[in-house]
Design a protein around this ligand. Structure first.
Ligand SMILES: [Zn+2]
Length: 344
């Protein structure tokens, strides 16, 4: 990738209202059977087109084919009972009705591979595909079988690795693992979280990324953020271990939050997807605001390793807001790209 500051999104984009109820997580599908399969592909085409017309460099499926970034993968594994859901507390923050582990975890069939092939067939641009990370998966269900978080995480890592290898073969350039749980269970990250992640990426030749954030802009998350104090230093505890890991790219939240950007110095040498778009606010960033966040990050990230991005997924936002934010990201990156090129 030669272009400086290639832009991308953290992953999800809003779904069209004819596919699923907008501005809602776990929104049920409005279509069935073949119409649903076709509808998801149409939505994926639109998500791609919206990224392209905004000038996004590394494109994704906008997660149009999945109901939720974690549970959709889990529901496709054997050993998981999604008929008898139970209510659990997710990331110590909000209650959700989730499936449970009742037997040995196994991936019997590909989950997103056909979708990835479809996206690959639609564009020659680099593509990024998001999967849930093992720790975040562990935190999104109940476990009556292994009854040990680390053991379960390693089982999930095996299933993720099988999926990731097929995604790579389908032509995915970057496989990203979403680990919002990495900002919550800080000791576990260093004890087994990063090891689980490395197991999930074992043998991959494509680039690997981990996305760590403070979540979607839903109330439970914004309320939690208010309890975190003036400076969010979570990354500080986990970055030394991440720096030592084999993961190529770290994707994190940098705009409108209280993350002191000097923490980025701790992962110098890694590529960094710098979140320069706030997904918890409907206010559209100006290109200059985006540029300012990128310039601040450039103090700690080498220019050829900085990837402008969104703080998190934009699934819960209104579509016109998400589109405007994509444009702002592109325009902001263009300002700084020009500054860098003039300085050369
Ligand atoms: Zn996120």
């Amino acid at each position: 990738m030669k272009r400086l500051l290639p832009t991308s999104t953290a992953g999800s984009l809003p779904k069209p209202s004819w596919l699923a109820e907008p501005e809602k997580l776990w929104s049920p599908w409005k279509l069935k059977n073949q119409a649903l399969i076709d509808g998801k592909q149409d939505a994926l085409r639109i998500a791609l087109q919206e990224q392209q017309s905004a000038g996004i460099d590394i494109v994704s499926d906008g997660e149009q084919t999945r109901q939720h970034f974690v549970t959709t993968f889990i529901e496709n594994l054997s050993g998981v009972d999604f008929e008898n859901k139970k209510t659990v507390r997710i990331r110590d923050r909000y209650d959700a009705s989730v499936p449970g582990v009742v037997g040995p975890i196994a991936r019997q069939k590909p989950v997103f591979v056909e979708d990835a092939k479809f996206l690959r067939s639609q564009t020659k641009q680099p593509i990024k595909w998001a999967l849930p990370g093992p720790m975040t998966m562990v935190d999104t269900l109940y476990d009556d079988y292994y009854q040990d978080r680390k053991t379960l995480a390693f089982e999930f890592a095996k299933a993720l690795n099988a999926e990731a290898k097929e995604l790579e073969a389908a032509g995915v350039d970057i496989i990203q693992f979403d680990e919002p749980a990495f900002n919550v269970f800080l000791d576990d990250v260093c004890d087994w979280g990063i090891t689980a992640l490395e197991k999930a990426t074992q043998g991959l030749k494509c680039e690997t990324a981990v996305h760590i954030c403070y979540g979607y802009g839903i109330k439970a998350n914004t309320d939690w953020k208010k309890t975190l104090g003036n400076e969010w230093r979570h990354y500080e505890q986990t970055f030394p271990a991440l720096q030592q890991s084999s993961i190529d790219i770290v994707s994190l939240e940098c705009h409108n939050g209280r993350v002191p950007l000097e923490v980025l110095e701790m992962i110098r040498g890694k590529k960094v997807m710098v979140g320069a778009i706030d997904v918890a606010s409907e206010q559209i960033e100006t290109p200059e605001e985006v540029a300012e966040t990128l310039r601040s990050a450039l103090k700690y990230v080498d220019a050829n390793q900085l990837y402008p991005c969104t703080n998190c997924g934009m699934a819960p936002l209104p579509r016109h807001i998400a589109r405007a934010k994509l444009n702002a990201l592109s325009a902001g990156a263009a300002i700084v790209r020009q500054e860098l090129e003039q300085a050369l």
